[in-house]
Write a protein that binds this ligand. Structure first.
Ligand SMILES: C[S@@+](CC[C@H](N)C(=O)[O-])C[C@H]1O[C@@H](n2cnc3c(N)ncnc32)[C@H](O)[C@@H]1O
Length: 289
């Protein structure tokens, strides 16, 4: 089982596509209690808001690492706080296994517009400090109308700038929260994205960067790579969580008429209901049985 714990609603960014509402976090003492009592967890993901703004984060990570019932501790962050190399080292000393870092563009200006901040350079330094401290970094990019055409260049940038980053997670903008409010400017059709993503994945293949299609990604028939890279097939931290948000979120996904004849009907979650409201189901191409 995977669990996501949000430990603050505060954030140092103001992303125009953020899907998190302001009442999803638990106080630190409650987070500590849950971490001490956790059993049989494959992954604990600590998130927010921006979790590094919570002064108790390091203690929480230490506590999680003391519990043999938690195999893997991952931190969802924009890495801005890790622009301090001391902070990155403290995360390592606390025992953090992975930083799952949001980076949406290789272009400073565009990234700053999307994140409503002037912090792109700090995120870049933060990623460098985290890898230098010996923490595994996975980059999570939220594909949207403003970024999809540059996905191949983005991967090239990641490969060149962060030689120690070995995985990119290709999320597709989830049409909830602010992303829904800004839907006409932000939410493309999957099929518009596919040719650019295909090139991006070819580049990743060429330079040894692994990639994944997370729960928040594409329906299986539209992700231009083997099905084994999709969360429905993965035994990894990015497989769908069974607790907290995702089980609720699962009810927000729906299959289309063509999916009824698809060989992967029982494994694929289809598309977000809200996505279907905007773009329908016509892109879905069932796998032959
Ligand atoms: C909500 S943030 C919170 C943690 C932290 N502040 C960060 O930036 O990673 C967790 C992850 O959700 C992603 N995210 C936010 N809004 C999203 C959306 N509409 N669709 C898909 N992913 C989204 C972020 O990019 C980030 O990787």
């Amino acid at each position: 089982m995977n669990v996501l714990l949000r430990i603050t609603d505060q954030c140092n960014q103001d992303c125009c596509f953020c899907n998190v509402s302001s009442d999803e976090s638990v106080p630190l003492d409650e987070a500590m209690r849950r971490v001490r009592q956790a059993k049989d967890l494959r992954t604990l993901s600590i998130s927010g808001g921006e979790p590094t703004l919570n002064k108790g984060l390091l203690e929480l990570v230490r506590e999680a690492k003391k519990n043999p019932g938690i195999q893997f501790v991952s931190l969802q962050t924009n890495a801005v706080t890790a622009a301090s190399s001391d902070y990155a080292r403290m995360l390592k000393e606390a025992g953090l296994d992975e930083a799952f870092v949001a980076l949406h563009s290789h272009q400073e200006k565009l990234s700053n517009v999307l994140t409503g901040s002037q912090l792109w350079q700090k995120t870049v330094s933060g990623i460098q400090n985290l890898t230098a401290a010996g923490i595994k970094v996975v980059i999570n990019t939220v594909i949207n109308k403003a970024t999809y055409e540059q996905l191949p260049e983005f991967c090239l940038f990641v490969g060149r700038t962060f030689p120690d980053v070995k995985e990119i997670c290709f999320s597709f903008i989830q049409p909830h929260g602010r992303a829904w409010k800004n839907r006409s400017a932000l939410i493309p059709r999957y099929s518009e994205v596919v040719p650019f993503l295909k090139k991006a994945l070819e580049f990743c293949d060429g330079c040894g960067i692994a990639y994944c299609n997370p729960y928040c990604g594409f329906p299986l028939c539209l992700f231009p790579a083997p099905k084994k890279c999709s969360s429905e097939f993965l035994d990894s931290p990015r497989s769908s969580s069974e607790k907290e948000g995702v089980s609720l979120v699962k009810r927000d996904k729906v299959q289309g008429p063509a999916c009824q004849h698809c060989a992967e009907k029982t494994r694929c979650n289809g598309v977000w209901k809200k996505y279907a409201e905007i773009h329908g189901f016509s892109e879905l191409k069932p796998f032959k049985k």
